[in-house]
Ligand binder design. Structure first.
Ligand code: NAG
Ligand code: NAG
Ligand code: NAG
Ligand code: NAG
Ligand code: NAG
Ligand code: NAG
Ligand code: NAG
Ligand code: NAG
Ligand code: NAG
Ligand code: NAG
Ligand code: NAG
Ligand code: NAG
Length: 800
């Protein structure tokens, strides 16, 4: 079990920001070395992250061979003559010429490098310490290094190019001028090199190609902005992925500039090319399909490689990706990081710019508010369809059951037992809705589409009753929401996630809301994910009504548009208060223990409601500080139900599902066994408590250590065990008074129990609520109830 936990501590963050850019680049998780007849890729869901290679012309039944089974790799790149792989963390790279016996370590040491690319002979990479570019195997045709901040490094035959921070392209090597001059009038976002030509997207999203054009390979197809992305360039051809459906489109070669689709109907995540060969990673199951671009449509075949990562795993949480993460990144990266979505797929072209923009908000609390709703869209969902199925069942049962799913719990501040009793009675009369099995997405896809229509009608039908859903969720027309957000003005954008962009909006009645719009023009799989996440959140949120859960104001389902409208949380996410980007930011949360404990208590009550009073119980699965939002009165609410599942009724029960969540907060037992229980949320909440106590991020770089990122759990638990709570408390708060010290110790001990490796050893969320109430009382009243405190701690220590 320790082993799983260590996944969270071996993270290396060096290359984060670099990779989180939206560059198409020429480094990646799959590479073709045409000259040596080899295709290599980084396999998904394994540690150490393995590079597997296969012979292009070998038979389909040949098993691929692994390169250096003891080394973990992040990325691979290839030239015609050899391939190279960058070791996880970037401190070394290895090159080989096709067969694994030839492997050589080419670079070993510091500084770490990233964006490794291989050209005809030269290898180049970005130096992460000096922000420059370095070359190896230059044959005196390339400088050893250059200074500057560059992105989208790419190498071809006798040239290497990269983009400066201002968007201009710089090139080196004998062909530097030929390549560079083509781009002198453009501001570029990405470039990719082939043997002797280069293509990319300029900042307006148009294709620009240059260099050799003897077979029409430098043709630039016209189209709408961002219609062609993720280029793959071979010796005499170019391929790109066409939005919105992800199919491969190619040009060049004997057929000239005319476009063709080698595999109409197959959606790809990305393409790579070398010589005459082009390969793509399929969206549906991440397998590698290749075709010969010389004969165009012949010899399409699946390579015998394992499932390949759809992108480079980077250490950290969702918040390091500017366009959200792959929904299953946690398990694809085997718990050691996330894969960022490429921004090029997420930039829906906003048709009409708003006529006039709202005055930009000012002041730090507003500023945070603008970022708040990133959380709502932070993660995709695996299914949430249990909830949908459950809800269909509810609608069939109509009002009788309907009341039972929305027990009116008394405001938690009163800790009202009557409210609790009512809910429990309802739960027993409401039948056993809890044992709903896990549905796979594919089998329930049609169900969910039919459902979306029923849903809408059901809401309208029930709109008259006093306790109807309509009280909680209004159906809006797309036009109304367009107006509220000034046509989805980028100025009003407050966040972006895997399944949508969140805007601040103003309804005609003056209510301020946050509006999440599911990504427009998506490919099929993405649409289904968007649909699932949408249905999951809608189903959960509209049946939940609790002071400490973020509430849904409404929704909109029109054609392919899926929007959710939430109450606007003025004070943003707890995460942003604990870890402000701007150091001058004065937050009342930073300076007061009472405030911090109150927020923890509020949030724990929200989770308690999900676990103990919702029928069937709900497992949130993504408890973290960025999902705890603060309203205008600093009352905390739990948000983001995109990953939530309805759980089994009993405390002991569990659901089997692929692990999902956020690195640093994810229950190691869940990760290890794929069994999720309510105690997985307790683990996440334990991490949040440690974050609040120490002021450290869930995963942070410890100055006192060797610079390796460490999880707050590994940092805090040994010190709590050693009785040194005082040494870890956040020093940004004024030194604690004596009753505060007691309260903090109580929280520290409780947090320690919440993050135990074994779920059954963790307290229930109800225990956590009780202890937080005690801690808050200690501070509020200055209660000197030392004996009751130690009794509480004792009861936790002796729990089996
Ligand atoms: C690749 O496979 C072909 C046909 O099986 C074989 O002739 C060739 O030697 C192999 N190449 C390598 C590098 O193993
Ligand atoms: C690169 O950018 C960073 C911050 O943007 C800056 O501090 C650094 O000096 C730059 N490096 C070079 C070589 O321009
Ligand atoms: C690369 O450039 C060098 C020097 O200009 C030249 O000798 C060599 O033939 C070129 N290589 C290729 C493959 O074109
Ligand atoms: C862009 O930056 C490069 C190097 O940093 C510089 O040489 C070039 O003049 C800049 N171009 C513009 C248009 O500012
Ligand atoms: C650019 O190309 C010219 C001529 O091909 C060569 O003399 C010069 O050294 C190259 N510059 C760099 C930075 O590679
Ligand atoms: C760039 O623009 C200038 C002036 O408009 C023009 O003379 C030049 O040919 C252009 N260069 C390219 C590569 O298009
Ligand atoms: C991008 O290319 C298009 C088409 O050539 C051009 O109209 C546009 O001005 C370019 N934008 C930038 C930022 O270079
Ligand atoms: C390349 O050739 C095609 C015709 O084969 C032409 O349409 C295209 O404009 C050319 N591209 C460049 C960059 O010259
Ligand atoms: C690709 O498939 C779509 C729908 O199946 C069809 O409309 C289109 O014509 C096809 N395109 C090509 C180039 O075959
Ligand atoms: C591409 O395929 C054609 C036909 O088989 C061949 O003549 C050509 O040499 C190949 N190109 C490369 C770079 O191998
Ligand atoms: C991937 O999906 C394709 C069809 O979409 C199927 O033919 C193939 O067998 C699948 N491969 C794996 C490894 O599941
Ligand atoms: C390739 O496509 C052409 C038409 O696009 C077709 O006539 C030909 O039969 C196809 N060849 C193969 C091997 O599928």
């Amino acid at each position: 079990m320790r082993f799983e936990l260590e996944f969270f501590t071996v993270l290396t963050v060096v290359a984060l920001l670099f990779f989180s850019s939206d560059a198409v680049g020429s480094t990646g998780t799959l590479a073709i070395s045409f000259g040596t007849g080899t295709v290599c890729g980084i396999s998904a869901s394994s540690l150490p992250r393995a590079v597997y290679c296969t012979n292009i012309s070998g038979s389909v039944s040949t098993s691929p061979y692994q390169v250096l089974s003891t080394v973990s790799f992040d990325s691979v790149s290839a030239g015609d003559a050899y391939l190279c792989g960058l070791k996880t963390g970037g401190e070394a790279f290895f090159c080989w010429n096709g067969d694994s016996s030839s492997i050589k370590r080419v670079y070993n040491g510091s500084p770490a490098v990233a964006d490794l690319t291989v050209g005809e002979t030269q290898v180049s990479a970005v130096d992460l310490s000096g922000n420059g570019i370095r070359w190896w195997r230059t044959a005196n045709l390339f400088p050893p290094s250059v200074l500057g901040n560059y992105s989208s490094l790419t190498s071809g035959n006798n040239f290497t190019c990269a983009i400066n921070t201002n968007g201009t392209v710089s090139c080196w090597g004998p062909l530097n001028n030929t390549m560079q001059s083509r781009f002198s009038n453009y501001s570029m976002t990405t470039i990719v090199a082939g043997d002797s030509h280069i293509c990319g997207l300029n900042k307006s999203g148009f294709v620009i190609c240059g260099g050799s054009n003897s077979s029409g390979e430098s043709y630039a197809p016209a189209g709408s902005p961002y219609e062609y992305t993720r280029f793959a360039l071979g010796s005499r051809h170019t391929c790109a992925i066409k939005r919105p459906n992800g199919i491969a489109v190619c040009w060049g070669g004997p057929g000239g500039a005319q476009l063709y689709m080698p595999l109409n109907g197959t959606s790809f995540e990305f393409l790579v090319a070398g010589g005459n060969l082009t390969c793509g990673l399929t969206t549906n199951n991440y397998t590698v399909l290749c075709w010969d671009s010389h004969f165009r449509n012949v010899s399409v075949r699946t390579l015998p490689l394992p499932k390949i990562l759809p992108g480079i795993c980077v250490a950290g949480g969702d918040d390091i990706c500017s366009c959200g993460t792959y929904p299953d990144s946690g398990s694809l990266c085997a718990g050691t990081g996330v894969i960022c979505q490429r921004c090029d797929y997420q930039n829906p072209v906003i048709a009409s710019p708003p006529p006039a923009l709202a005055p930009a908000p000012s002041g730090s609390s507003v500023h945070i508010g603008w970022r708040v709703y990133a959380i709502i869209g932070t993660v995709g969902t695996f299914l949430g369809l249990c909830a949908v199925a459950y809800f269909v069942w509810l609608i069939c049962r109509r009002k009788k059951v309907h009341n039972s799913v929305m027990p009116t719990i008394a405001p938690p501040s009163a800790s009202n037992n009557t409210g609790v009793a009512t809910a429990i009675t309802h739960s027993s009369s409401g039948g056993n809705g809890g044992r709903i099995r896990f549905y796979s997405r594919s089998s329930s896809a049609p169900r969910s589409r039919i459902f979306s229509r029923q849903w809408s009608r059901a809401l309208q039908r029930q709109g008259s009753g006093p306790s109807s859903f309509k009280d909680h969720a209004d159906e809006f027309s797309f036009q109304e929401l367009e107006k509220a957000t000034k046509f989805f003005s980028l100025e009003l954008k407050i966040g972006a996630g895997s399944f949508g962009i969140v805007y601040r909006g103003l309804l005609p009645d003056g209510r301020e809301v946050a509006i999440k719009r599911g990504e427009a023009n998506s490919r099929n799989k993405r649409f289904q994910e968007k649909e699932d996440a949408f249905q999951s959140e809608l189903a959960f949120l509209s049946r939940l009504n609790h002071k400490h859960l973020v509430s849904l104001t409404g929704f909109c389902v029109e054609n392919d548009e899926r929007l959710l409208v939430y109450e606007y949380m003025k004070n943003g996410a707890l995460h942003d208060h604990l870890h402000p980007k701007n150091n001058d930011f004065e937050s009342p949360v930073i300076s007061s223990w009472k405030m911090r404990i109150k927020i923890l208590l509020d949030a724990s009550r929200g989770i308690e409601y999900l676990h103990n009073y919702a029928v069937p119980p709900i497992i949130h699965r993504d408890i973290k500080s960025s999902n705890i939002l603060l309203d205008a009165n600093w009352v905390a609410r739990v948000s983001d139900f995109g990953l939530s599942l309805t759980g089994p009724n009993t405390e002991e029960g569990h659901l089997e599902t692929k692990a999902a969540g956020t690195v640093g907060y994810m229950d190691p037992e869940y990760y290890g066994t794929n069994q999720v229980t309510v105690r997985s949320d307790v683990y996440g909440f334990g991490v949040v408590m440690l974050e609040v106590l120490t002021g450290k991020r869930a995963i942070f770089k410890y100055e006192g250590g060797d610079g390796e990122p460490v999880s707050v759990v590994d940092y805090a638990v040994p010190r709590i065990d050693a009785g040194e709570v005082g040494s870890i408390v956040d020093s940004r708060v004024a030194p604690a008074a004596s009753q505060e010290v007691e309260a903090l110790e109580l929280i520290a001990y409780m947090a320690k129990h919440c993050v135990r490796l074994e779920g059954r050893e963790r307290p229930s969320i109800a225990d956590v609520v009780v202890h937080l109430e005690t801690a808050l009382a200690l501070i509020e009243d200055g209660l000197r109830s030392g004996s009751s405190t130690s009794a509480s701690i004792h009861s936790l220590e002796t729990r089996d």
